[in-house]
Design a protein around this ligand. Structure first.
Ligand code: BMA
Length: 895
């Protein structure tokens, strides 16, 4: 036994029983455990709980390198093929076993395990998302050494067994059997209830983790333990009252008992006590209270503050002895998913948008995927940085995508605080699923556990049954059409009869919206028996849109949907990020490493094809240099594509096409974050560095946006989008520049513009012909670009429209000099960087190597000789440090 283990062991034995309150007691079992594989020759070593076997093996040196390094995802796959046991010793003081009920509380077991206390089987797990409680009172030895062991079965072996058993028992294959070979993944994730992306995804590696991934403890009580609390708030305007409905879900003892529940919200001077009769085993109590104003509302980011209140829920026995308590942070707000008939005459379809506190919200944001294959390695700082970056980019919504995890408490608490609405998928993605009774029973437990843990967060505004499974079935992704009836019946059994049914047990009446899938037609999908004829309809529900061999700068290719909940293009992560996980010699665009990390079939070719629509491909002979240039171009391609698509969605806010499409009310691009250094659709790299797309998102999601575009009828138009709740009125400048004309603009006009609250409409139009003529761009249109900006009260940053493609333009190579870096108001975090350019420089790209932070703008056009950009660092740095890490380039540097 190592010294560290011994010290920890003594600490645990002496100090770790914590009162749940005066009555109940908890003993923390986290920390250092021991582990070994079931293979006869395997050795025993330390494991960290919460954790997973990969990080344990890496820490102890069995895995020699970072599992993310080069090809280690495949090299280290053997880990997931073995069965692993984890065990530790512990003592329980007499005052614990003296309680009527003593439970082992496992917040996360990944995934299939048998749990033993002193060699007695006390429980089993088959679902990573379930919080398990096992009765261990009879198995415990008081004041002696006890041993707990959790014996896990290989997840890949288990999934395969279940797959074949299903064929044997039910006579059909539940597809897809395996991920596409390009993903180097593992088969049958749909047969095991763990994060589906742990078996590989089109942006992520297969690391089928094993271990105790969330907290584990012993809890003891005499009356009841609070398992979860649900909350609903609704406003009654007639008497200015909030109705607060609270559900308390309790684990109880083996006999009925009496208890007193307490609800306290100190800030509102709200205190209630309620005597209740508790049934044996478990009990739930639903109570409603009226709270008079003043109560401050919770709003999504951009619409008001995020007032949160602490509520303490307590359980005492009928003698008044406190047994258990739970603090939940709540917000007062009402949420509706509005699916109404359109007001416009003769229009078909339904709206699809969120209304919070009676105000229609234009949802702006992205999709969240797991931040790391090893969840235990995600630091609080990293999580905070990723989530803060959404607010810096004016987002108000994130969709927690259905192939990952129901995220950590900290994730949702942060979103509550930041005003980020959460669209929460249930964790089913891109597959058909079995519906055996044991599978469905496990899913019910998963739904219950997730709702009891997360429902009370004001940020959680909608739950969705799955990711893309309605679309997969409707459009035959997995060859299900021959047995469509069977798969449709399975679909309804799982998402409607099981998930929705279970959800409704815990979701309070008039509570949060639920939809069956994403994309879906919402109410129409329901009418059509849950599998719509066309789940991608622009007239109903949400849409996922991907198209690759296209020109991403062409807005006319994008669907005028009601709500774009996924759309994206891939790009590569920076050389700085990649070189931490690869050798310089690995970095060649079509080389072995690039192909290994590219999990999307033909991804490399598609990006190149799209780039070539607008740019020349650089041709340095050095393959690393070429790779670096292509990384930059893939980021430009992605940023420009998503900018074009998102601005189109925002322009469509009040526009309806003759076929009733349009009236778009949401844009969540795919995807916010990256799970490992790779090519992906993310706007942030693994590690948190912003890609060009994230800088563009910060601009295209501004509450007030001018969006210039060339329309199908040959007109140049500018839309003014106003998300604010007040009217705006301002001066708009339209300036035209020519790359070959120095820094002087070719023409400039000023127009007064107005926009009503929460509206988008065209505020300027002119034929392209006239624009080109009056600015002297005739015959050289690709050299010209338009800059539009508001000048007064509403701070928009200039928006650019290229009148042609850079590949057809004459652009001078600009040398950009850093003229100075100085701290702003003596700050050691915010600096001003002065840049002087020798010519107009498109796609200026700054990198602060080795320093986490962000620039006030990046990837922009420098059209003035001198420009000042701010850099905000996440840690204290000096101007000198920033200077030495700073790199500046622009487009022509790669040619
Ligand atoms: C959608 C998503 C993900 C996927 C992405 C990019 O299908 O739901 O499953 O990663 O597109 O292909």
């Amino acid at each position: 036994m190592s010294l560290r283990f011994l010290l920890w062991f003594l600490f645990i034995i002496c100090f770790s029983s914590l009162p749940l309150c005066n009555g109940g007691i908890a003993i923390d079992l986290n920390g250092y455990w021991l582990t070994r594989s079931s293979k006869p020759d395997s050795s025993t070593f330390e494991a960290s709980v919460p954790g997973n076997i990969y990080t344990d093996l890496w820490r102890n040196g069995t895995l020699k390198e970072d599992p993310y390094y080069r090809f280690n995802d495949v090299e280290y796959r053997w880990v997931s093929k073995e069965d692993w046991s984890f065990w530790r010793d512990f003592q329980v003081p007499e005052n614990v076993t003296a309680h009527k009920k003593v439970l082992l509380k496992c917040d996360g077991l990944d995934t299939v395990s048998s749990v033993y206390v002193n060699d007695k089987l006390v429980g089993a797990s088959d679902n990573q998302f379930v919080q398990y409680f096992f009765d261990i009172k009879a198995a415990l030895k008081t004041s002696k050494l006890n041993q707990i062991s959790v014996r896990f079965t290989s997840p890949t072996k288990y999934a395969a067994d279940q797959f074949y058993r299903h064929i044997f028992d039910h006579g059909y294959v539940v597809p897809p059997a395996c991920p596409p070979p390009v993903q180097h993944g593992e088969c049958h994730p749909n047969f095991i209830r763990k994060a589906q992306s742990t078996f590989a995804w089109d942006w992520g590696p297969a690391f089928p983790t094993v271990g105790i991934w969330r907290n584990i403890s012993i809890v003891a009580f005499n009356t009841a333990l609070i398992e979860g609390v649900t909350v609903n708030t609704s406003f009654e305007s007639t008497n200015n009252t909030w109705r607060l409905t609270v559900g308390a879900y309790l684990l109880t003892t083996d006999t009925p008992s009496k208890a007193v529940l307490g609800f306290d919200i100190p800030e509102l001077k709200f205190t209630r006590r309620q005597s209740v009769d508790l049934s044996a085993g478990n009990a739930s109590v639903l109570l409603s209270f009226d709270i008079q104003e003043p109560v401050e509302r919770w709003w999504p980011n951009g619409y008001g503050g995020q007032k949160l209140y602490n509520m303490k829920v307590t359980v005492a026995d009928d003698g008044g002895n406190m047994e258990s308590s739970k603090n939940v942070v709540i917000g007062f707000r009402e949420v509706e998913l509005v699916q109404d008939r359109l007001q416009q005459p003769n229009a078909t379809g339904l709206t699809f948008y969120f209304r919070v506190n009676g105000v229609p919200i234009w949802s702006k944001g992205s999709n969240w995927i797991p931040a790391h294959a090893f969840q235990n390695t995600i630091s609080s700082d990293y999580l905070q940085w990723l989530l803060n970056s959404t607010v810096l980019a004016h987002m108000n919504m994130l969709r927690v995508w259905g192939g990952g995890y129901y995220e950590s408490e900290e994730f949702y608490e942060t979103c509550d605080r930041l005003g980020i609405m959460i669209w929460q998928d249930f964790m089913f993605a891109c597959a058909m699923y079995p519906t055996t009774s044991s599978f469905l029973a496990s899913v019910r437990q998963e739904v219950r556990a997730s709702i009891l843990r997360l429902q009370h967060h004001p940020s959680v505004v909608i739950w969705a049954g799955n990711n893309e499974n309605e679309a997969a079935l409707a459009t035959n992704w997995y060859g299900t059409s021959l047995a469509f009836k069977t798969f449709k019946a399975d679909y309804v059994k799982l998402y409607v009869d099981t998930i929705r049914d279970e959800y409704r047990k815990y979701e309070i009446v008039d509570g949060r919206p639920w939809i069956s899938s994403s994309p879906t037609n919402g109410k129409l999908s329901e009418e059509e028996g849950w599998i719509a004829d066309d789940p991608y309809s622009n007239l109903y529900g949400d849409v996922h849109f991907y198209s690759y061999l296209v020109d991403p700068w062409d807005w006319t290719i994008y669907p005028p949907t009601r709500f774009g909940s996924e759309y994206g293009y891939q790009s590569w992560e920076s050389m700085e990020t990649l070189l931490k996980y690869a050798l310089p010699s690995d970095l060649s665009y079509f080389g072995h490493f690039a192909n290994h990390r590219q999990h999307h079939q033909f991804g490399q070719i598609e990006m190149l094809y799209e780039i070539m629509k607008r740019f020349h491909v650089p041709s340095p002979s050095d393959s690393v240099e070429k790779f670096a240039a292509l990384v930059y171009l893939t980021q430009i391609n992605q940023a420009m594509g998503i900018k074009t698509e998102t601005e189109f969605y925002r322009r469509m806010r009040n526009m309806m096409n003759p076929d009733s499409s349009g009236l778009t009310m949401g844009a969540l691009y795919w995807q916010l974050n990256s799970i490992w250094p790779s090519p992906s659709w993310s706007s942030m790299e693994f590690g948190g560095k912003w890609k060009m797309l994230h800088y563009y998102a910060k601009e295209f999601f501004q509450p007030v946006l001018l969006s210039p575009y060339i329309d199908k009828d040959g007109y140049f138009r500018i839309s003014l989008i106003n998300d604010h709740l007040e009217q705006i009125s301002d001066q708009m400048n339209i300036r035209i520049f020519d790359f070959t004309n120095g820094f002087n603009e070719k023409s400039s006009i000023n127009v007064t513009v107005n926009q009503k609250p929460q509206t988008a409409s065209v505020v300027y139009e002119e034929t392209v012909q006239s624009l080109v003529k009056r600015s002297g761009c005739t015959g050289r249109i690709a050299n010209c670009f338009v800059m539009v900006e508001l000048d007064g009260n509403f701070s928009t940053v200039p928006n650019v429209l290229f009148l042609g493609s850079p590949k057809n333009a004459t652009i001078r190579k600009a040398s950009i000099q850093v003229k100075g870096i100085s701290p702003v108001h003596q700050s050691s975090r915010t600096f001003e960087i002065t840049l002087k350019a020798s010519a107009i420089a498109p796609f200026v790209w700054l990198e602060a190597t080795g320093i986490q932070g962000y620039f006030s703008k990046n990837g922009h056009i420098q059209y003035q000789e001198v420009d000042v950009i701010r850099f905000h660092a996440n840690q204290d740095i000096s101007a000198g440090e920033l200077q030495s890490g700073l790199k500046v380039m622009s487009l022509m540097d790669i040619y």
